[in-house]
Design a protein around this ligand. Structure first.
Ligand code: ADP
Length: 634
């Protein structure tokens, strides 16, 4: 085993690799940009080397600096994680040349799979089934347009060097083709430095099923079953699971065999994933091979009990695979949910800011069959409370991974895990994930890549009036806060005995443009009565540990957490999160119309296209500017 490795990544994957290395007694070197000097992954490693400024291009993507850091610290190998340089053949070759082990496949295999177009040509000759399409070298726009015509609309334009759904455009008819092509090329160039595209048939309601493979340097190759990653937004995975619901033994082995054939065709070594797109009838087509560890690898670890990073390290050291295909089996069902700093109500636009509160559920362990210990809840995160989600990198906050004896059990655990998350400071997809997991489509495993869009109204409901329980919790928090501030001075207490009528107060809050009211009456004997809308009942309040509050409102018990910040009350109640702002009638309200005629970017970014000039008459909804931020076009 290596004595010391360098982890050429950041965030959760750097922490995750460091965790396995530590368990194996391998020392770790972190690298970081200026934005990450205090990051969790730096703390997770034994040593750390600064790379450069925040921009990935000047830090995590500078192969020469990373190699120098490895040599300076005496690291024998480099683990690239995913993203950044993980699929960069030149970097892998530079490592080989410098005598530093690249923990991944040989540069030649990466190169062979690096271009989706070239990979398709290769797979075609290896007999792996492909989606009908054009993946040639000639990039003449007229030729591409006629290829699209020949394939038949709708078609999908993909960046050949693509990844993470970037650059991908669905084109529904010939008139949209030219614009989609240029936008795809622009995004591809910005993200991958290569604007080559391919065009293929856009399948309706397909599933995304991928096979995890592992090959060693002794000629052995196995598959560690499949993952279903059909639940996607913007062609990016948000929920993954293993095994794939409805998978038959026969299809599993034929997909596994196709994946192994794909790996063998490029003399693969290490961990890889062969992605397939699957039609309703179960016909599967090769999409691409990712020559690295995937974000969603934990679901495979949960059902097999293996540590895939350990396998990667052992194979990179020259060890043989620990088992043969026929010895491999899996147990139970695992789900992974990706927590992102993004705003589902605004087209999943990434959100940046400081994580003023970050509560994640506790990881747990318990015993199952044969005395094998299995974690039922696993959290992989790369940030801590107080850390910042910056515009420079992927806005993932954490991955929630659960395991259960069967899918229903895993699903129930996922519900509970999601309900245990509390985030203040950035918009996030927690409630959205909760709704997906709770939806009947997901619960009954009616999966395909269009699930989110098809159930848009159910999964992304309009912001409505907060539940009375939420308002009651907010009032209770206000009362508790006042009590704790006042101390015991009787002259200060609104709850003390008074003459004439009992005291009564009106609470006014604003929640996403909706105003809500509550009335609190201080009754004789110190009792409180709360009225929200039609519902009025006696209110008893008890403060729990930290921000938790328990109330008894009439017959109803309500529990939640309320965090007070200046005028805002952050209320967490039954997997829901609302921000109620105390309305201050004396405060000058900004004139909303003052913004008409102006435009404010919701995040820092770079304007990459301007579609209108001063004086142009535009229709509502027309695209005026294209901004590139967080490697996506908005
Ligand atoms: P990337 O490498 O950018 O992630 P992929 O080729 O892996 O791109 O595709 C990402 C997702 O896009 C797939 O999981 C699937 O949902 C969708 N997709 C890709 N190709 C097709 C297709 N031909 N028809 C329908 N959907 C597709």
């Amino acid at each position: 085993m290596f004595r010391k490795i360098l982890i050429a990544n950041r965030g959760e994957i750097a922490c995750r690799v460091a965790h396995s290395a530590r368990r194996l007694g391998v020392e770790t070197v972190a690298v970081y940009s200026d934005a990450d000097a205090q990051a969790k992954h730096v703390a997770a490693c034994d040593e750390a080397v600064r790379l450069g400024p925040a921009a990935a291009r000047e830090s995590y993507l500078v192969g020469a600096s990373i190699l120098r850091a490895a040599q300076a610290t005496g690291a024998e190998a480099i683990h690239p994680g995913y993203g950044f340089l993980s699929e960069n053949a030149e970097f892998a070759a530079a490592c080989e040349k410098a005598g530093v082990v690249f923990i991944g496949p040989p540069a030649k295999s990466i190169h062979a799979m690096g271009s989706k177009s070239a990979a398709k040509t290769l797979m075609q000759s290896a007999g792996v089934p492909l989606v009908p399409g054009y993946h040639g070298d000639d990039q003449d726009p007229a030729l591409l347009a006629s290829a699209a015509q020949a394939i038949g609309f709708p078609v999908l334009i993909k960046a050949s060097a693509g990844g993470g759904g970037k650059g991908m455009r669905i084109v529904r008819n010939a008139s949209e083709f030219a614009q989609s092509l240029s936008s795809c090329k622009r995004e591809a160039l910005a993200s991958f430095g290569d604007d080559k595209v391919l065009v293929e048939k856009y399948l309706q309601r397909p599933r995304h099923i991928e096979i995890q493979i592992f090959a060693d340097s002794h000629g052995n190759c196995v598959y560690l079953f499949e993952r279903d990653c059909s639940v996607q937004r913007r062609h990016q995975k948000v929920l993954e699971e293993a095994p794939a619901p409805g998978m038959t033994e026969q299809r599993r082995s034929s997909m596994g065999a196709a994946a192994v054939a794909a790996a063998r065709a490029v003399a693969y070594v290490g961990a890889g994933t062969v992605e397939f797109i699957v039609d309703h009838d179960g016909t599967f087509y090769f999409m691409e091979m990712n020559t690295r560890l995937q974000v969603e690898h934990p679901v495979t670890e949960m059902i097999t009990g293996f540590d895939l990073v350990e396998w990667q390290l052992r194979i990179a050291c020259g060890e043989a695979l620990p088992c043969r295909q026929e010895d491999l089996k899996f147990e139970g069902h695992a789900l992974e949910a990706r927590l992102y700093a993004e705003n589902p109500d605004r087209g999943f636009l990434p959100s940046t800011g400081t994580l003023r509160r970050l509560h994640l559920p506790a990881a747990s362990e318990f015993v199952v069959h044969d005395g094998a210990r299995r974690a039922s809840v696993r959290i992989d995160s790369g940030v801590r409370e107080g850390d910042t989600i910056s515009p420079y990198y992927d806005p993932m906050i954490a991955k929630l991974i659960v395991w259960g004896e069967d899918r229903a059990t895993a699903l129930a655990r996922m519900h509970a895990a999601l309900a245990g998350v509390q985030i203040i400071g950035v918009s996030n997809n927690i409630e959205f994930l909760g709704r997906v997991v709770a939806s009947s489509a997901f619960a009954t495993a009616d999966l395909d890549t269009g699930l989110i869009e098809r159930h848009h109204d159910e999964l992304l409901p309009k912001h409505g009036v907060p539940e009375p329980q939420v308002i009651a919790l907010a009032v209770a928090a206000q009362v508790l806060n006042e009590r704790s501030r006042r101390g015991s001075d009787p002259w200060d207490s609104i709850e003390a005995f008074r003459l004439h009528l009992p005291a009564s107060r009106r609470f006014e809050f604003e929640d996403g443009g909706i105003e809500v009211f509550a009335q609190l009456d201080y009754q004789p004997g110190g009792k409180l009565r709360l009225t929200v809308g039609e519902h009025g009942a006696e209110l008893a309040i008890a403060a729990g540990p930290e921000a938790s509050i328990n109330i008894l409102w009439g017959e109803e018990r309500v529990a939640g957490d309320v965090v007070l910040e200046a005028e805002a009350l952050h209320v967490f109640h039954r997997a829901r999160y609302r921000i109620l702002t105390v309305i201050d009638r004396l405060q000058h309200t900004a004139d909303a119309d003052a913004r008409a005629g102006g435009l404010t970017a919701p995040m820092p970014g770079k304007i990459v296209a301007i579609n209108a000039q001063a004086g142009t008459r535009v229709a509502r909804g027309a695209a005026l500017l294209v901004m590139e931020a967080m490697k996506m076009e908005h």
